[in-house]
Design a protein around this ligand. Structure first.
Ligand code: F6R
Length: 240
C-alpha cells in the first residue's frame, strides 16, 4: 500500500522524508535503518545532520546500506562507504560498529554477500530508505532480478552505469559489478520510504505505482508491501 506525498521541490521532499525517518527513530529503542546512496537521499541526510547538531542523538541507531561497488577500495572517493561517511556518518554519533555496508573489496565477494545477509537477518529493519533508478531498479537490483533474491553480486546495467558516470572521470571508470541487498532482503523492512525527484524518474515512478508487478520493473514489487511512503516532486509525479 502506498502513501504518496507530492511536494513542490527537493527541499520539501527531503523535509517530508526526514519526518518519516524521525518518527521511526523516536519510536524505537534501537532503530534499525536501511540506507541508500545516490542523490535522492542527500537532502534527507542533511536534515538528519541538522537535527543531530541541534542535540538529538542517533547513537542507538543500527544501519544497513543497500549496496557497494565491487573492486574499488572503501576509501575510494566514489565508494558508497565514502559517500555514506561524507554525507551522513561523519556528522553523527552512530557507532562505527553499528554501521553495515557490504564489503565490495573482499577477496571473496560471494562470501561477503552471505555474511551480509546473515547479519541483516538478525535484525528487523524498521525503515528502509530507497531511491529508484530510471529503469525501476531498487538497490542495484536491475530489471530481471528475481523477487526472492537475497544479498548478491550483480552486473550493473548499461543505463545505470551511464546514470552514474557523472560521478566518475569517464564511463569506463564506473565499476561493472556491485554487491546489493536482494529484493527480498529489501522488502522485509517493516516500512519503506521511496524518494524520487526529476522528470527522468517519472516513468519508473509510474511503473512502480500503477504498472503491473513485474521483474521488468523491480520497484513494482513494492505494490505488495503494506507500508510504503513515496515522496515525489511534481516532475517525478508527472505521469501518475
Ligand atoms: C543507491 C541505490 C540506487 C539508487 C538509485 C537512484 O544505494 O541503491 O538504487 O537509489 O540508483 O539514484 P539517485 O538517487 O542518484 O537518482
Amino acid at each position: 500500500m502506498f502513501n504518496i506525498i507530492i511536494c513542490k521541490n527537493y527541499e520539501e521532499v527531503s523535509a517530508e522524508a526526514f519526518k518519516v525517518l524521525k518518527e521511526v527513530v523516536v519510536k524505537n529503542e534501537t532503530p534499525v535503518l536501511g540506507l541508500a546512496t545516490g542523490s535522492s537521499p542527500i537532502g534527507l541526510y542533511k536534515n538528519i545532520q541538522a537535527d543531530h547538531k541541534k542535540g538529538y542523538s542517533y547513537s542507538k541507531c543500527i544501519t544497513f546500506n543497500l549496496d557497494e561497488y565491487i573492486g574499488i577500495d572503501k576509501n575510494h572517493e566514489q565508494s558508497y562507504w565514502t559517500f555514506m561517511h561524507e554525507n551522513l556518518f561523519n556528522h553523527l554519533d552512530v557507532k562505527e560498529e553499528n554501521i553495515n555496508i557490504p564489503d565490495g573489496n573482499s577477496d571473496n565477494p560471494k562470501q561477503a554477500c552471505l555474511d551480509y545477509e546473515e547479519k541483516l537477518n538478525k535484525y528487523e529493519v524498521d525503515l528502509q530508505v530507497l531511491g529508484i533508478g530510471s529503469n525501476g531498479h531498487i538497490g542495484f537490483n536491475e530489471p530481471g532480478t528475481a523477487f526472492d533474491s537475497k544479498t548478491q553480486i550483480v552486473e550493473l546495467d548499461e543505463q545505470t552505469r551511464k546514470d552514474n558516470a557523472r560521478f566518475f572521470d569517464s564511463i569506463d571508470d564506473v565499476p561493472t559489478h556491485s554487491i546489493t541487498m536482494g529484493i527480498e532482503s529489501i522488502t522485509r523492512a517493516k516500512k519503506i520510504v521511496v524518494i524520487a525527484t526529476g522528470e527522468n524518474k517519472a516513468d519508473a515512478v509510474y511503473g512502480m505505482i500503477k504498472g503491473p508487478v513485474t521483474t521488468d520493473l523491480p520497484a513494482s514489487i513494492l505494490q505488495r508491501h503494506d507500508n510504503v511512503v513515496v515522496i515525489l516532486d511534481n516532475d517525478a509525479a508527472s505521469k501518475l
